[in-house]
Design a protein around this ligand. Structure first.
Ligand code: NAP
Length: 251
């Protein structure tokens, strides 16, 4: 007797999620629906079925899981997407739906790196207010500007995927529009062109946005590294290959 199709909700927004959707697309007996938050105007769409937009909190997600007859959830969101990850954990626990967290490993400091760790964006802003830096590359994304709004005496460069409509929010003075992957030569040029003396970043992990870290190291620039948020209890893996195996072994 053939097994019924298992329907997997893949919470995406990362390269790993796209890769996973691609690798499960033709798996026999598995249907994947990728969910995107809809943060960018022209998202890189994965292969297969896609839905876009929030679910409406934990309750909305629970209702969706039931209505769409989801058998399992793979959370492959960005490591700092704490709201979505928490909602997924709570909804899956409540409905006894199997859930896997796919998180790429965090970057580790290496010889020559000068990392100042900050537990939050607010802590990063407070560190900057006490420090000597004047020209700061804020690579944390457009959603994360508010904690820095009081630092109006400093010059901030922000990088966003989509252009920002003027006026720029305080304290941003310049915006670079760009979508990874970024390479070392381009990141080195960017830091030099703008005379950057401090980089602020999340510890996203992976290769697509690592070049800025290597460029900062080569130029002996300090980096304020926002520590990764904690993840909920549960099964987690760090590679797409492990997530593929988990999906194929679903009961
Ligand atoms: P979040 O705080 O976890 O999400 C906030 C809300 O957005 C969620 O509660 C959910 O809305 C909706 N959402 C998030 N991911 C979703 C998905 N895959 N499918 C459907 N709805 C989703 O995360 P965030 O605000 O998106 O981003 C947090 C951090 O992650 C930021 O630092 C951002 O720069 C970084 N990041 C996010 C993405 C991304 O694609 N989301 C990509 C790269 C980096 P409801 O409560 O209505 O369900």
């Amino acid at each position: 007797m053939t097994q019924p199709e298992r329907r997997i909700l893949l919470l995406g927004g990362t390269g790993e999620a796209r890769d996973l959707a691609d690798r499960l697309k033709d798996a026999v007996g598995i249907a994947v629906i990728t969910s995107l938050a809809g943060r960018t105007a022209t998202p890189h769409l994965p292969r297969g079925e896609v839905r876009i937009g929030g679910f409406g909190g934990m309750e909305g997600l629970s209702a969706y899981l039931k209505k769409a007859a989801i058998d399992a959830v793979i959370d492959a969101t960005h490591p700092y997407a704490t709201g979505m990850t928490r909602n997924a954990a709570e909804a899956c626990n409540a409905l006894a739906v199997p859930r896997l967290l796919l998180r790429r490993p965090a970057w580790q400091a290496q010889s020559g790196d000068n990392w100042i760790k900050a537990a939050s964006l607010e802590e990063a802003a407070s560190e900057i207010s006490r420090g000597p830096w004047q020209r700061i590359f804020l690579s944390t994304g457009r959603q994360e500007i508010t904690p820095f709004a009081g630092l109006t005496g400093r010059w901030f460069l922000l990088r966003t995927v989509d252009p920002l409509a003027p006026p720029l929010p305080a304290p941003i003075r310049t915006v670079e529009v760009g979508r990874g992957p970024f390479d070392l030569a381009a990141e080195t040029l960017l830091l030099k062109t703008w005379g950057i003396d401090l980089l602020v970043t999340k510890n996203s992990g992976g290769t697509a946005t690592y070049a800025k870290i290597a460029a900062a190291r080569a130029q002996k620039l300090p980096v304020i590294m926002i520590t990764r948020p904690q993840t909920p209890e549960g099964k987690n893996v760090s590679s797409v290959a492990e997530a593929v195996r988990w999906a194929l072994e679903l009961p």
